[in-house]
Ligand binder design. Sequence first.
Ligand code: NAP
Length: 247
Amino acid sequence: MKIALITGASRGIGAAVALACAEQGWDLALNYAQGAPAANALAERIRALGRRALPLQADVSDEAQVRAMFTRIDEELGRLDALVNNAGIVARAARLDEMSVERWQRVFGVNVIGTLLCSREAVKRMSTRHGGAGGSIVNLSSRAAQLGSPNLYVDYAASKGAIDSLTIGLGRELIGEGIRVNGVRPGIIDTDIHSDAAAPDLLRAGLATIPLQRMGTAAEVAQAVCWLLSEASSYTVGATLDVTGGR
Ligand code: NAP
């Protein structure tokens, strides 16, 4: 029985990843920040599939909360085999010269420090260097890392650029320790994250540039994440897969 932690699993891509992983036989720790009812409902759906599911509230940018979350996984689920660093936020659409340092600290805190903190705790448990049995880490990047998101959220785009670098570096750092690290770079996916940016005109302009002429679904991203988590991708290391409808 393999055990995976999905961060930001209460909705959107994280919830879709959790469901797809459950269908492939994973037991799951479901991290969330504020969406307890949604996380609990998802846990029920996963249990109905015959898998174990443990909802865990923790702000991934908070070191003490992340440590406590991993301790609960150790005690209540067992030895971790995989981590999906999915929790991520955007702030309201703005130009750089309108942004506050508090906003940057929050965006980088969740998207970058959160990924670093969860990865560190996972490595301590999965690396053969620490007596673990190996595992897999998948990081959620964004096509924004390469397009830069001008006039929308260059801070978010830069935070996802950091994730792309981390995926390459950590992939190589851990390669001799049984852990594969890869990433997924979604394009515009139909989730609630876009309402946080509150920029419907910019979203419409972005949609017009998608060669496949539609948004992606969370379930389509989830398939890519599950493949990278699984042994089916055993020779893929430090790679980030575009799931962008050709954009
Ligand atoms: P979403 O629908 O807004 O869901 C975000 C999830 O992250 C929620 O479950 C939320 O939990 C959780 N979360 C937020 N802050 C957190 C924190 N501090 N600690 C723990 N959990 C936290 O977003 P999404 O569209 O599914 O995006 C998922 C990932 O894909 C993100 O990393 C995002 O950057 C990336 N991505 C999305 C798109 C897109 O178009 N949707 C495109 C490219 C990349 P609560 O609800 O409990 O607060």
